[in-house]
Structures are given as C-alpha cells and as structure tokens.
Ligand binder design. Structure first.
Ligand SMILES: C[S@@+](CC[C@H](N)C(=O)[O-])C[C@H]1O[C@@H](n2cnc3c(N)ncnc32)[C@H](O)[C@@H]1O
Length: 252
C-alpha cells in the first residue's frame, strides 16, 4: 500500500538513538533509577520494518470497549470463543501460517453465514511483528494472548520475551494491562518468568492451567497427554516507560 514510512513524533524518535540505548543496556542496581522501566539491551527498530503486504489499519474501538490482541491464533478456537463470550470487547487475532489462517477465516465465515455477526473479532493473516508495529498505537491494548507459542528450541532469541519487539509490544499495552503467555514447556516458562522479573521488571504470576481447560487445539492435545501446562500473567505497572511510548508509524 505504501512505500513511504514516517515516524510520528520527533521527540520520541530521538529516544531510539544509540546514545539513549546505552543507558538502557545494562541492568543497573535497583537503587539507581533507570531511564526506562526495564533493562533489555537490544533496541527494536520499528522504522526498519515494512508494513505487511496489503496492510490496512484496523478500526480500533473508541469508547471504553476493551481492545485485546492474540498473537499466533492458529485455527482461531480461542479467538472465536473469546469474542463470543466477551461481546463488549474487541479482539484482533493474528496468525501467520496460511493454512491455519484459512481454517480460522473459514470458521468465522461459517459463523457469520449462520447469522451471528461476531463483529468484535478481526482475524488477520500476517506476521504479528510488522502488523503490530503499524496497526496498534501506543498505550491501547488491555490484554495480549500468546497461547502455546513455538518453543524455538534452537533459537532462544526468537522467544517472545527475548526479542527486542517485546519492548514495542509492551509500549502498546495500557498501564495495568496484561500479557498472558501459556506453554506446556516448563523450561520455556521458567525462562520467561526470569526475563519478566529480572529484565522487563514486570510483576507476574505463574500458575498451572486447569486440567479441564480447552482454550486451544494445542492446549487440548497437551492436557489430554497428561502434560502440565502453565500460564504466566504479566502486568504492566502504571508509569512503565519504554523507548517507544510516543512512537506510532504511519504509512502514506
Ligand atoms: C504452536 S502454534 C499454537 C496455535 C494456537 N495458539 C494453539 O494454541 O492452538 C503457534 C502459532 O503461532 C503462529 N505464529 C508464530 N509466530 C507468529 C508471528 N510472528 N505472527 C503470527 N503468528 C505467529 C504460528 O504460525 C503457529 O500457528
């Protein structure tokens, strides 16, 4: 759609220059105030990303309607049930794999053909990283679901809490909002909890998923095998500061 990319807010843009990043690079003692609320070193570079193909900006709720994001929605089981159960909230559910997205979109189409509007659900076929970078303004998500993400056993840098993008995602979450991460891999969850507390400095709660929970296809499969699934709920404290709090990319 666009080839020119602008960064809205010059002042904020300055905050991603190298000089500032060095300050946020070390995990300083808690007694010394940090420039940002976390101490993650590498900086996400939103302006280096192109918008997804055929990108259109979603219509976001004004009013007090909650905005929820699901990343890696698979065939959409959780997204569809969440949207049905929470008609007052708006859910954007993103899936990158074509086959899974098609199954998700087909199911939503079937439900709509049968007369249920499901107007509060927007399925998106895209990579969530460029999509969120261009579609979601700062400080507007009430919650984010990351349900059974790929464990990336050979590439820890691709796990969500180890990625520079996580800081950008945090900047899109409202104060008091939550990020909900669920996995059947204990080491993944231990690492995520450590990163959340030591690096991102976010309060978090780790708890087992009830054995009868059936939110997603992967959850059903793992629990049926008798595996323990765990949920980590991260909360963004009031006044939390990132390098991206005033950055909103626009395409023209
Ligand atoms: C293990 S599956 C879990 C699917 C679903 N949440 C479930 O629990 O049944 C992980 C999904 O995340 C999707 N995914 C991974 N990275 C993504 C990204 N950057 N953007 C969008 N989807 C992504 C994959 O395509 C895959 O469908």
């Amino acid at each position: 759609m666009a080839n020119k990319i602008d960064v809205v807010n010059d002042v904020a843009n300055k905050s991603i220059n190298q000089g500032d990043l060095r300050i946020a690079n070390q995990c300083e003692p808690k007694s010394k105030p940090l420039k940002y609320s976390h101490c993650f070193a590498r900086a996400f570079q939103p302006d280096k990303l192109r918008p997804p193909r055929a990108f259109t900006r979603p219509v976001l709720p004004h009013s007090k309607r909650k905005l929820v994001l699901e990343i890696g929605a698979g065939k959409g089981k959780h997204a569809i049930e969440y949207a049905k159960l929470n008609p007052d909230e708006v859910l954007i559910a993103i899936e990158r794999t074509q086959g899974k997205y098609q199954a998700f979109a087909k199911e939503v189409h079937k439900i709509r053909q049968a007369g249920e509007k499901l107007e509060n659900l927007t399925p998106i076929h895209a990579d969530a990283i460029p999509y969120v970078t261009y579609a979601i303004p700062p400080n507007c998500l009430d919650s984010v679901y990351l349900l059974y993400p790929n464990p990336e056993p050979h590439n820890p840098n691709q796990r969500w809490l180890n990625m520079p993008f996580f800081e950008f995602l945090l900047s899109r979450v409202k104060d008091g909002g939550q990020i909900i991460l669920v996995s059947n891999i204990a080491e993944y969850m231990q690492e995520a909890k450590h990163q959340a507390e030591a690096i991102w400095r976010l309060p978090c709660v780790l708890e087992p998923v009830p054995e009868d929970s059936q939110r997603t296809h992967f959850e059903i499969k793992y629990l049926a095998r008798g595996e323990v699934c765990q949920q980590l709920t991260l909360s963004k404290p009031k006044g939390y500061r990132t390098r991206f709090d005033h950055i909103y990319l626009i395409t023209s």
